[in-house]
Ligand binder design. Sequence first.
Ligand code: ARG
Length: 458
Amino acid sequence: MAKKLWGSRFQKKTNVLVDKFTSSISYDYRLAKYDILGSIAHATMLGKQKIIPVADANAIVKGLSIILKDVENGKFKPNFQAEDIHSNIQELLENKIGKASERLHTARSRNDQIVLDIKLYLKDEVVVLAGGISCLQKSILDFAKKNINVIVPSYTHLQVAQCVLLAHHLLAYIEFLERDKERIIDASKRIDSMPLGSCALSGTGLNIDREFVRKQLGFKSVTANSIDSVSDRDFVIEVLAGLSITAVHLSRIAEDLILWSTKEFNFIDIDFSFCTGSSIMPHKKNPDVLELIRGYTGNIIGDLSSVLVLMKGLPLSYNRDLQLDKPKLFDGIDTVKNMLEILPQIFGNIKINKDVVAKRVMDESLFSVDVVEYLIRKGLSYRQAHDIVGKMVKDCLDKGKNISSLSNSDLKKYSDKFNPDVKKILNAWASISLKISSGSTNPRLVSAQIRAWEKKLG
Ligand code: ARG
């Protein structure tokens, strides 16, 4: 194990197994950039406040800036013998500037330092995630526009229900993705509070300037309670909750596409470049990417529940258990980012089997509600209309007939309200055009929605 930030009171070297067991460098090295940025702001403040000599503060800032460049250029190699990223950077700094580096940890603890690192990391990641969601929304919107006249059967209970514009179905995705984006951006409000200066848990007797550090690091506020600052990880949970909901949505999109690409549905073809084959069955073209989106969603929900369980029994304030939030947080963020990267590509390469869906929407059972509403418009109660159409559907199914093939006198047997004009509504285009309520699949309303989203997503 490399040099420790503690140890003077220890009469013995720690057991190597302890070093190995407690180390977090294998994952928290990813926070190097944020750890350094925090230290630069902290050292600058210590110098300004004359808590440490200005010359030492300058030396620290200079040394850290060089290490930061290495991190940004990908030249930083973590020392996997270090206990954590904080010790690793401290050691690098010592090697660079010597004695002055020993003043950096004044009025600071790793307990507030790690919270700062995660918060800075999350402030960046939230922007990337929100951008990724917008990008997916745009690709879905493009796909909707490309297929604006396509009508598909829609399902409840996975049984054929009613016709909708494909674009209407796709706009549902865009709606829930927008809420996902809002949730993640909203979580960032509660991340935007600067914890440094809380130190181990009670603050410090040294005359630090937290407001100055806040400004340097671009936080909106400073945290108001030092114990809360170092104890809680609700902001990690909140992001993971937002990511879990997002992933569940992505998983449902994936499931729709999987289903639609089956031979049984055959609504769409997913491009070969986004499918895989079978080692034994030569005919197979499998949607593995989409299945993995569904599968990884379980991991992300697992990440959320891990951190919730991690927190539930912890006495205030800091406990080492808190270290274990990071592998979960990183996994959740990386996984959702990967999903958001690949899904737009898939949407950009889907082909709709227009002839197939056109045939499917000729199924007259899709129009049963339209016929019910036809009768309601003629004065029947909902109950009467439902019963009449139910009987018609049953008889037609028994006799292998369509409603549209019934003669006028046949129709009158069910209700004298029927006129030959009822046959005009027994087609998909009429069915969607008859819908007039706001938020419905009416083509005019759907087009307006598309224009609104075009404007919003830019
Ligand atoms: N690695 C720890 C974490 O992620 C920070 C170090 C705090 N260690 C300590 N002994 N107080 O939470």
